[in-house]
Design a protein around this ligand. Structure first.
Ligand SMILES: [Zn+2]
Length: 105
């Protein structure tokens, strides 16, 4: 299928990432949604939570439904990891300050 370049109006192939005539960027190259890449993103999302957000946003913004799905899963994992981190921290703090409470503080 052919499309018309928005910049120079030349008819070009819709598979091109850049216009061969004027060089304008036509679309973002597809993001990898391979199993290996997904595992890497999910791993980062969960174990290095704040960094996963970068991937989540990058993938969610895509119109490609497969990439979007990877982004959504990554976002859910990031939120879960952060929630878990808060829960562990608060449990730890409670355990730490428990003896003080017994002494009437
Ligand atoms: Zn062009």
């Amino acid at each position: 299928m052919d499309i018309t370049c928005l910049s120079c109006h030349k008819v070009i192939s819709d598979s091109a990432n850049f216009c061969p005539q004027c060089g304008i960027k036509l679309k973002e190259p597809a993001l990898s949604t391979s199993i290996g890449k997904q595992i890497l993103i999910y791993f980062i999302s969960f174990f290095l939570a704040p960094f996963g957000l970068h991937y989540a946003i990058k993938y969610i913004k895509r119109s490609d439904s497969r990439a979007k799905m990877v982004g959504i899963v990554s976002l859910i994992l990031t939120i879960s990891a952060i929630a878990l981190m808060f829960w562990i921290t608060s449990s730890f703090m409670n355990a730490l300050y428990q003896p003080l409470n017994f002494n009437g503080f």
